[in-house]
Design a protein around this ligand. Sequence first.
Ligand SMILES: [Zn+2]
Length: 183
Amino acid sequence: MTDNRLKVSYAFDDVPIQFRYDGENYEHIVHEVLKQYGFDNAADYQAHYEKKFKKDEAPLIFIINRNFRSFARNIESGAAGSEFSFVSFNDDTDTCVRTMIHEVLHQFGAIDYYLPDTVKQTAEKLFPESVMLRGWEIDDLTRYIIGWDKKLSDKAKQFLDETSGVTAEEISEARELDKDNDW
Ligand SMILES: [Zn+2]
């Protein structure tokens, strides 16, 4: 394990928009919010902050004070050129912060550990405290995926071995059935 320190800058904008939000019509919110700053899309907004703060990446998180299932959109989920997360904030600060970390990690490629069953069981055995499952820890495999560690640990290798049979279909089926977790 290496001692990587992150140099993080952040910008927080509080944008009061009146909106009905049910977790579905998020593209409209993205558009409305970015329009207030004079940007057409998330990629332009992020490029602005990358330049301003001289950083490689500028994850964009929309925190909305409504109860819905949080999620991240990235290239893998088919949103080319528009990467961002939506996090539900309903008075529970700890959960909100944990979810922010979880969703930002998705934007750097991290995967969910709570589905399908094979993945969940393996994660509960090897990375029970991972933020990609239910805890606060940045586990070995996640560290590797997001680029903190250059080498896979034995534990991370074991995780990959034990879940190597999982298919994309299994994952999407499990996601359809899953109603309890943030994505
Ligand atoms: Zn997730």
